[in-house]
Every structure is written in C-alpha cells, then in structure tokens.
Write a protein that binds this ligand. Structure first.
Ligand code: PFF
Length: 466
C-alpha cells in the first residue's frame, strides 16, 4: 500500500539514515546515563537485564517505530494517522505519537541542561591545557576533592548553568532550523565518525590503564537477588532512552527513509551500535572509577566527577580529557537534534509554518523548561513537583522530567505502539514495510504482539507499585 502524500525531505542515502539514527541513539544516554544507572542499580543484574530488554523489547519496538514513520512519510502523529487510515482503523491512534512528541520536547529541555555541563567541562580542559601544557596529567597539583568539586561548583552557579543550557539548545536549534539534509544529516555524517574514532581510542586507553577486571566483574556478574521491580523498570527505561524509543524520535527519522531501505536490517544495525557503545562506555568508565578507588554508585556525577580525577593521573591528561568531552558533545548534539526534530516536524507540518519558525517556537518552550531544570540544582533544589507520587517523592524538577519520561512516557508509548502495529494496523501493510522474512519475521511478530506489550505492562506495574 502506498503512503498518502509526502510532506518533507528524505535522507540522501541509506548510510545517512543509519548515521543519523545511530547519532540519535548514541548520546548522553550511553556515556552518562547508562553507567550512572548501572552503578545505582547494582551493576550486573541491571546490565544483563538491560541487554535482554534491548533484544526482546527495544529492537522490535524500534522496527515498529521506523516502519510507521516510513509508511507515513510525515511527522509522527500524522504518520500514525496515515497507517491507521490505510488500515481502516480509528485515526485516534495518533495520540500515541502525540504523547511521544510531547515527551521528546520534555526530554529535550533537560537533555540540553546536561549538554551544558559537557560544554563547561570542555572549557575546563581547554583552560587546563593552556595552563599546564601538553605533557603531564590534567589539573596538576590539585587535590581530588578539588576536581570533584567542579560539578557542584557549576551547580551552585545558577546563571552559568542557565547560560550553558541555552547555549547548547541554541546550537541544536541552528542545525534543526537548517533542515534534514543540510542540517541534521550534516551533523550526523561529520560528527558521528569523529565520535567513533575518539571513543575507541579512549576506551582502549581506559581498559589498559584502569582496573579492567573489576569493571568486567561488576558489569557482567548477574546477581538474581538484585533484580527488583524497580531495577527492571530502570533497565527498560534506560533501554528506551538509549534507543530513542517511545517518544516519536525514531518515527520522525523513519519518515525520511527511502522505500528501498531495509528497515529490519537497519534497526538491527542501530540497536547493535547503540548497545555496543553503552557497553564500551561502561568498560571505559568503571575501570577508571575502580582504579581511582571511587564509588560506582556516584550516579549522575560518575562521568563528570570521577573521570576527570582519572585524567589527572594520565599522561596527556588534559588533552585526553578535552578529547573525551568533545566526543561526548558530538554524541549529545546528534541526539538533541533528533529530540528537537520530532516536535519541530510536528509543529511546522501541522501549522504550516516555515521550519525555522517552528524550530524557534519549540526551542523557546524547551528553553523555559530548561531554566527550571537548571535551577533545580541550586535556587529551586527543594521544589519537588510530583512529591505526591511515592516514586517521585523528593525528586527535583530535573529528575522528575527524567523519571517521568523514561519510566512512564516511554514504556506507555511503546506498549501502545506494539498494540497498534501488532493488532490494529493492516498486517499486509506492516509486512510490506518491515524488511523481514521467514523465522525473523515470525519472531518479530510474536514479540510485538505478545511479548513486548505483556512484559512492558508487568514491568511498568512492578516498578511503579512494588
Ligand atoms: N538516545 C539518546 C541518548 O541515549 O542520549 C537520547 C534520546 C534521543 C532519547 C532522542 C529520545 C529521543 F527521541
């Protein structure tokens, strides 16, 4: 069945699509959130359940999302509406993507806050490089506590936090305003390869200089008793966050894919690359953390506080630190671009605005929320917006947005997507789009119809109420 009318540009090639989608998936979620979540949720139990979630839930949902987008060739809610229309199903199903677009907007607002921290550390390492020169470690002569104190120091400076947050958002807006091929694709095609080269270099370096054995044992020893409902929900949430799922991001990118792209194969490449980067990030960060005698459960501070201490002990430490944070910046930018693109595509197609105008409207909204997130580390630290829900009691604005999107919006969006693709949409239409044959096709079908929605519902309920 043919898609009904096309409203926007396409990727220039299949590899551009893959790079952009991998760019969306690989980001702060892999480098910053994954190690933090793994450390806070007990290591091995979390990591292995996470891999299980990627394979059995994330991958089938990813294919479902890009498939809806490719068929619809429009912004996410409109794509769902077109699939529903071509399947003689109620068009109200588009609500699943409208929720996703809203969630992407929420994530964008706090994602750019963390993007701002990355920019800060780039500045820190540049000034260190200028002061201490190339050779020797970073931060020569400074105490570990001093280096760890850089992040709280930043948090205490509300004005700087807001400025960096808005700066990162502005760069994101610049590329999205330029459009699919000359903006979004450009970022992915030029920055992702540089990211991979820097990333591999740093991982190999970390593995050789740090406590690799302890890190492997920590990340891959499965302790069943640690697998609580909360840990499972955290793992599913992380899998979705990392694969950019449940929030219309991949539907939006799928809409720019050409008809001759095999979506099954492409989804496998995206999920494989993303998971590999998350594992390698864990294997880069934890050896260094253990070698320096730091705590694995440092949470969000892990990447920003622990690693710089390790860079102090390394030859060329300032340069390596700088390379590391530049690499994280590239990864974060290719993800924030996709977070902004999902709501922007919706706004400009729906209200028939020029792309830059839509970018500006969405960007200003994200800036307003971002300011609240930035201030939740200082002036508004005691503000707990959802304190009446036990899971979010004593959770500040920033953490509430993070928790609500990863633990509610993403799983609920994914459950609805599975029901829609597995049960509501026309089976022939789905088969024509998915690029799978034989056993793989059957397996995917069973996963989308039964395994994913049932498992996700159980995990969601267990995590919320257990
Ligand atoms: N997957 C990105 C990361 O791991 O950093 C974050 C993200 C991007 C989530 C795009 C959702 C999304 F639509």
């Amino acid at each position: 069945m043919a898609a009904t009318g096309k409203t926007h540009e396409n990727w220039s090639s299949r590899s551009a699509f893959i790079l952009a989608a991998v760019g969306s998936a690989v980001g702060l979620g892999n480098m910053w959130r994954f190690p933090a979540e793994a450390g806070e949720n007990g290591g091995g139990a979390f990591v292995l359940f996470y891999i299980f979630c990627v394979l059995l839930i994330g991958l089938p949902v990813l294919l479902s999302e890009v498939l809806i987008g490719r068929h619809g060739q429009a912004n996410a809610p409109e794509s769902v509406r077109r699939v529903a229309r071509d399947s003689n199903a109620p068009e109200g199903w588009s609500i699943l993507a409208s929720m996703g677009v809203f969630a992407a907007f929420l994530i964008l607002s706090f994602y750019c806050v963390v993007g701002g921290w990355v920019v800060y550390y780039i500045g820190v390492f540049i000034s260190d490089l200028v002061q201490t020169g190339l050779a020797g470690g970073a931060f020569e002569g400074r105490a570990a506590g001093d280096i760890e104190g850089l992040l709280p120091g930043l948090f205490g400076n509300g004005g700087l936090m807001v400025g960096l947050n808005l700066g990162f958002l502005a760069v994101t807006m610049f590329f999205v305003a330029r459009g699919v091929s000359s903006g979004i694709e450009w970022v992915a095609v030029y920055l992702m390869p540089i990211f991979f080269v820097l990333f591999l270099g740093i991982t190999i370096y970390g593995a050789f200089t740090g406590n690799f054995g302890e890190a492997v044992a920590y990340l891959f020893t499965f302790d069943f008793s640690k697998l609580t409902g909360e840990v499972m929900l955290a793992a599913v949430g992380q899998a979705f966050f990392s694969l950019s799922l449940g929030v219309a991001g991949m539907m939006t990118y799928g809409a720019y894919a050409n008809r001759d792209t095999n979506l099954g194969e492409t989804s496998g490449i995206i999920a494989g690359a993303d998971t590999m980067v998350a594992m390698l990030a864990g294997l880069a960060i934890f050896p260094i953390v253990f070698a320096a005698g730091l705590s694995a459960s440092a949470g969000p501070g892990l990447m920003f506080q622990s690693l710089p201490i390790a860079f102090q002990a390394m030859p060329f430490g300032s340069l390596i630190g700088l390379a590391f944070f530049v690499m994280v910046f590239f990864a974060a930018l290719t993800s924030s671009v996709s977070l902004l693109e999902a709501p922007t595509a919706y706004v400009f197609e729906k209200f028939k605005l020029a792309r830059p105008v839509a970018t500006l409207i969405v960007g200003l909204g994200a800036a307003a929320l971002g300011v609240l997130s930035s201030l939740s580390f200082n002036d508004m630290a005691e503000f707990y917006p959802l304190s009446f829900i036990p899971l979010f009691a004593e959770t500040n604005f920033f953490d509430t947005l993070d928790g609500v999107t990863a633990k509610l919006f993403m799983p609920i969006g994914a459950i609805l997507t599975c029901i829609f693709v597995g049960w509501i949409a026309d089976a022939k239409l789905i088969d024509d789009e998915n690029g799978l044959d034989g056993v793989l096709h059957q397996t995917w079908r069973v996963l989308v119809r039964f395994v994913c929605p049932i498992a996700l519902t159980i995990i969601l309920l267990a995590g919320l109420f257990a």
